[in-house]
Design a protein. Structure first.
Length: 70
């Protein structure tokens, strides 16, 4: 949550690097770090949404299947 609050410090208004967040499935909260988040964000920017890193518009379930969030 803290990273989302501070995202404007890191991303500013750079439109080509949107969205300014990514999400992914994890088994443990301890698996989440800023380093991991930036790795997944970079993956999203290079490859688009995948089960490794995605946004809410192009979501995947925990099995890697595309899902539609309403």
């Amino acid at each position: 949550m803290e990273a989302l609050r501070q995202r404007n410090k890191w991303f500013g208004s750079i439109q080509e690097r949107q969205p300014n967040y990514v999400v992914w499935w994890t088994d443990k909260v301890t698996d989440v770090s800023c380093k991991e988040a930036f790795k997944r964000y970079d993956s999203y920017i290079l490859q688009g949404p995948t089960p490794f890193a995605f946004d809410f518009k192009s979501a995947f379930d925990e099995f890697g299947e595309k899902i539609l969030l309403k």
